[in-house]
Design a protein around this ligand. Structure first.
Ligand code: NIG
Ligand code: FE
Length: 412
């Protein structure tokens, strides 16, 4: 099955020999082809170029006159599987409580864990699939989804089984991350090592047995998991072939990034607080820093210092953090716009961060994140626009006309 896109005003993120990530000054370069065609064969990008070299029209032609085409967004950090919402905490914050104060009253992650453990696997799947359909419609073509609201063996397995069902039933690429170390459940408040024993001795073997996870995560933060506790969890994950992707430096810098780099983490995520030593640790490492600007927006905390990190030569990825507490939105378009508006990233940098670097941060560099022959035909076709700068500029407007996943138009 062949599909040809013709008269594309500008084809974005075109890379013949795509690097696995782009760093530092190179992030400001977004290679494009104007007046382009793109040929899809089955589920893959087969060819592209300028219209004067366009091949004969195959069976299906999509006329993209005035429109731009780019690779789908790669959202490398979400908690899209959850039960119910936390809108009361949203209002509590408006009225003056902080995220930390709400957690210390038994809200936050523990509030979501209670709801999740009261929800059946089927009901959880139904709630989650609606969110996945919504993010697909907003142009996301590869997504990482975490567990972490179970905090019991059964609850964590339930979440990961729902993630697997989503992966099996939708054409979007899905990576699953085990986040048992999201918070200490009330029963283990004064017995941290007991809970970590349960993660390592009960949860991990059960998850590995059903092959339910690709990565392992922990909330490395003051009041949550310490550097030493997270180190233990990362090392246990490695025993089961699970590489680390860690929540770190959201509120405090306590040496977590250094531990993550030492353990060969694929990504370190949040980074609202970043020290010079953290930047040094990340230099020349394999670890991708991931910023979550709509989380900063929603709970009014600092933004990741993107300019400082890129000036130091680091790469940066952008993701949504879609979750009921700190970011009840899975819209990557809004993430890209917020990165431009609040983090002073140029549109070129933000689009690189949300595509090729996002793919890296979930181990999908070979198949996603750029317009490259042989990569998946997961594409966004915009409405007619003047320049791709309009994507972040018109931040409240849906500028997506069509979405293709695995070479097929996604029908809403
Ligand atoms: O990435 N910070 C840790 N975990 C999530 C929020 C979890 C929640 O509040 O439910 C985050 O922001
Ligand atoms: Fe998160």
């Amino acid at each position: 099955m062949k599909t040809l896109l013709i008269n594309i005003k500008e084809l974005l993120q075109v890379r013949d020999n795509a690097p696995d990530k782009v760093s530092g000054a190179a992030m400001a370069i977004l290679p494009t082809i104007k007046n382009a065609y793109l040929l899809i064969e089955d589920n893959l990008i087969a060819d592209y170029g300028t219209m004067e070299n366009c091949p004969d029209y195959p069976e299906t032609v999509i006329n993209a006159t005035g429109k731009m085409v780019l690779p789908s967004w790669c959202d490398s950090h979400t908690h899209l599987v959850y039960a119910g919402n936390r809108e009361q905490e949203f209002v509590d914050r408006i009225n003056g409580l902080t995220y930390e104060e709400i957690f210390n009253r038994g809200g936050g992650i523990l509030n979501s864990a209670k709801k999740l453990n009261e929800t059946s696997e089927d009901a959880l799947y139904e709630q989650s699939r609606l969110r996945l359909e919504e993010v697909i419609a907003t142009g996301t073509g590869a997504i990482e989804i975490k567990s972490g609201y179970g905090l019991t063996v059964e609850g964590e397995l339930k979440m990961l089984r729902v993630i697997k069902r989503l992966k099996d039933n939708y054409p979007i690429a899905v990576k699953a991350t085990f986040l048992g170390a999201h918070a200490f459940p009330a029963a283990f408040k004064d017995n941290h090592s007991g809970y970590i024993d349960s993660i390592i001795e009960e949860m991990l073997p059960a998850i590995a047995n059903e092959n339910l996870a690709d990565y392992i995560d922990a909330f490395l933060e003051t009041g949550y998991f310490s550097v030493e506790e997270t180190d233990r969890i990362m090392k246990a994950g490695t025993q089961y072939g699970l590489t680390a992707k860690i929540h770190v430096n959201q509120f405090t810098a306590i040496g977590g990034i250094q531990a993550c780099v030492a353990n060969g983490a694929l990504s370190v995520d949040h980074l609202e607080v970043v020290t010079d030593a953290d930047i040094e640790a990340l230099k020349d490492s394999i670890t991708m820093p991931v910023a979550l600007p709509t989380c900063s927006f929603f709970i009014s905390i600092p933004y990741t210092p993107a300019r400082k990190m890129m000036a130091a030569g680091l790469p940066l990825a952008l993701a949504t953090d879609y979750n009921p507490g700190t970011t009840p939105s899975g819209n990557m378009n809004l993430v890209v716009a917020t990165a431009c508006i609040k983090m002073k990233m140029n549109p070129e940098e933000a689009i690189n961060a949300a595509t090729i670097n996002g793919a890296y941060a979930m181990g999908l560099s070979d198949s996603h994140g750029s317009i490259t022959k042989g990569k998946r035909a997961n594409l966004i076709i915009t409405k007619p626009i003047n320049s791709f700068y309009e994507l972040p500029y018109s931040f409240g407007t849906n500028l997506i006309s069509e979405v293709l996943l695995e070479g097929k138009l996604v029908t809403q």
